[in-house]
Design a protein around this ligand. Sequence first.
Ligand SMILES: Nc1ncnc2c1ncn2[C@@H]1O[C@H](COP(=O)(O)OP(=O)(O)OP(=O)(O)O)[C@@H](O)[C@H]1O
Ligand SMILES: [Mg+2]
Length: 349
Amino acid sequence: MPVLVVGQGLKVLFVNPAAEQFFSAGAGHLQKQTLKELIPFGSPLLQLIGQALDRRASVGERAVDLSTPRHGERVADVVVTPLHDPEGAVVITLQERSLAQRIDRQLLHRGAVRSLHGMAAVLAHEIKNPLAGIRGAAQLIEESLPPSERELPRLIQSEADRIRGLIDRMESFGDTRSFPRAPVNIHEVLDRVRRVAETSFAKGVAFVENFDPSLPRVLGDRDQLIQVFMNLVRNAADAVPKQGGEITLTTGYRPGVRFGAAVAGERLSLPLEVTVRDNGSGVPADLVPYIFDPFVTTKRGGSGLGLALVAKIIGDHGGVIECDSIPRRTTFRILLPKAQNGAEETADA
Ligand SMILES: Nc1ncnc2c1ncn2[C@@H]1O[C@H](COP(=O)(O)OP(=O)(O)OP(=O)(O)O)[C@@H](O)[C@H]1O
Ligand SMILES: [Mg+2]
């Protein structure tokens, strides 16, 4: 990660090689500059430094825009930590994200999912009824045939059932009613998902739980949240090797971190972090930007609706989800608002 030490007067005192790369300049050059010359005018980073010095504590913010004409478009998660020595100096760590990938796509998923609402309703209405007729007819044909010839009508029935299942799943996208929300204990949700997974689709996979005991509750719908983590754990279980497969569930509370400086000018506080990580083969790089879109799948018999539904539910909860994947380490990270004393969360509950 790029790391800088900035002293009094915002003089750059130290940069590591990653920071040289980030600002496309050598240490010798950077250390002659002040931070102001490296970041956009009025950047929130300057406020963060002020806050860190005032509070004598680390402060962080997600998705800070560091774009400049010289360095191009840059967005990074920033953490600023004050140092004792030299007095007034701070350490700045940056974790780069690409604006388009991290924020716009997030909104795009919601758009794609929304356009499905209408389609799902039409499909449900126009296909389910005739499908039931087709299935019933196939059943009658089956009964009238000698046992040796029953295979084809059975195939019609099982395919009809598969289509019906697909439509049922799509219909859940059409549900735009606001749902009842209550404080939900995410650890209880994760435990339950793990227990179900261990006895069914994730037999033989090792689960590791890294739970932060101080985690507050999330305001949401327990069943939908179970659905979210069930889908993520199922994908993880599909991806891990038969031998040595491992799925890690992690929770953390990050009250200082704000997200979404660029989303509709709103600053969201999403302090609850839940990650689902697996040591499987990883998501192919060219697929990563699309995996939350509906019907994107690499699996034989997959519908590609799992992650689209996950993105919709997380969006409905006011949260965000992102995916980082390299072989042997694929992480789905979810950030959610907390339940208590959040006027904006309870207002529309
Ligand atoms: N943990 C993971 N590791 C590797 N690839 C993944 C992982 N999670 C998702 N993917 C990729 O993303 C694709 C989309 O996932 P999604 O859950 O939306 O659909 P699916 O699992 O293929 O089908 P469905 O969930 O409907 O049965 C998957 O086909 C897979 O290629
Ligand atoms: Mg899936």
